[in-house]
Design a protein around this ligand. Structure first.
Ligand code: SF4
Length: 403
């Protein structure tokens, strides 16, 4: 991190894409997208194409030492050493699961630790990235949501997770080519609540001079910040996953408190609108399977009606059913496997593409909804969560009456 600047100042700086050069207080170039690097090169009296070279050294090759950037003029390297650095977050710990999943904890200062998870599969490598230290959304089934919220991550802290993981894995696997093919913003935090820092990081993920990931393989997950969904579609359309978890407002108010502000009547049309920009012709709905809460046949049928009502067919979305990873404070339980299958069958028989997510990294607490890091709650979220918890679990008749 850049010395002598608070995290809030850093964030504000990243947001404006502005920077000040102060000798002895180097700016961290992980915070800089290509546009900002170009401005830096111009400020240093260098040609614009030097920014592309620098960007490639940092992101394509994982180089943090200006002396190793051999095709940059020595004079530029000296100038850079005076004002800039490439500094990743400190790794607090690394856990490797029996299934090959790797979880890293990064220190982001101020007593906050965030998490990233690498999930290797035969045909892809996926990195699950955090966008906030904690989360203010307070979803009932989510371990992060129970911790409270400390602060937004900066652009450099978001892209720094990919920078570290990609180059660490290349070294470890002794590979020259890309290891991480997919990036999902499904770690700690509500990505769209940190929109200003997120979008430059997404653009760096997509940039051929940096990671060159396909838009179809970069996914932003949201609990339903509808205005930001619209903005994302216009500014940086990547794949979208929406945390739905319920087919009606009564149940969704209970599980995802944001629904009280942005109910399904706002969320579903925003999802349909996003299709005009989405790199794929569908939206993914995430649905965490909770025993005796949202996993009945009746609710599966209601879900089918919801999808048909807003999309006039069922092919505009896919469902990803997620086994709940229990944690004591939730008071919730994982649906039985046969219940998940019965629920999935109802959706599939209605023509909706439905998958059941395999749990990965269970043994190292890296599975979905288990990312908890360690954050200093600065927003009394835990108090707010307690207030939100007054929303009662609706009876099935109340549920049926809503939509
Ligand atoms: S599910 Fe996502 S938005 Fe909801 S509390 Fe967890 S991290 Fe936040």
């Amino acid at each position: 991190m850049t010395a002598d600047l608070s995290h809030d100042e850093l964030h504000a700086q990243a947001k404006r894409r502005e920077f000040t050069l102060v000798p002895g207080s180097p700016v961290n170039l992980l915070e800089f997208d290509l546009e900002t690097l170009t401005a830096l090169c111009e400020r240093l009296g260098e040609k614009r194409f030097r920014a592309v070279q620098l960007f490639r050294w940092i992101h394509q090759r994982g180089c943090a030492n200006f002396d190793d950037m051999s095709d940059l003029a020595k004079s530029l390297r000296e100038k850079l050493k005076g004002v800039a650095c490439v500094k990743a977050m400190e790794v607090v710990s690394q856990h490797v699961s029996a299934d090959g999943t790797i979880k890293w904890l990064f220190d982001v200062g101020g007593g906050n630790v965030i998490e990233s998870v690498f999930i290797p599969e035969d045909d892809r490598g996926t990195l699950c990235i955090s966008t906030q230290a904690g989360c203010a959304m307070g979803c009932r089934f989510c371990s992060t949501g129970h911790q409270g919220f400390s602060r937004n991550l900066t652009t450099g802290e978001i892209i720094g997770q990919l920078w570290f993981a990609e180059h660490f894995l290349r070294q470890r696997l002794q590979r020259d080519e890309r290891v991480i093919s997919n990036a999902v913003m499904m770690g700690m935090g509500e990505p769209l609540q940190n929109y200003a820092a997120l979008v430059p990081a997404l653009k760096m993920m997509l940039d051929d001079h940096a990671y060159g990931l396909s838009r179809r393989r970069v996914t932003v997950s949201t609990s339903g910040l509808v205005k930001k969904m619209d903005l994302l579609g216009l500014e940086c359309p990547v794949a979208l996953a929406v945390s739905l978890h319920a087919p009606n407002n009564a149940l969704r108010d209970y599980l995802v408190p944001l629904n009280i502000k942005h109910p399904l009547e706002e969320l579903m049309p925003a999802c349909v609108s996003y299709l005009a920009y989405a790199p794929r012709d569908f939206i993914t709905f995430e649905y965490c399977m909770l025993d005796d809460v949202n996993d009945s046949d009746a609710l599966a049928r209601e879900l089918v009606q919801l999808v048909k009502y807003y999309g006039h067919s069922v092919s505009w979305c896919k469902f990803n059913l997620i086994p709940f990873n229990p944690f004591p404070a939730s008071g919730l339980h994982r649906s039985k496997p046969e219940r998940v299958l019965a629920f999935a069958r109802i959706l599939s028989e209605a023509g909706i593409t439905t998958t059941v997510r395999k749990t990965r990294g269970d043994d190292i607490d890296a599975a979905c909804g288990q990312l908890a890091g360690d954050v200093v709650d600065r927003t009394r979220v835990t108090v707010r969560i307690a207030r939100q918890r007054r929303v009662e679990l609706p009876s099935h008749s109340a549920v049926d009456a809503k939509i």
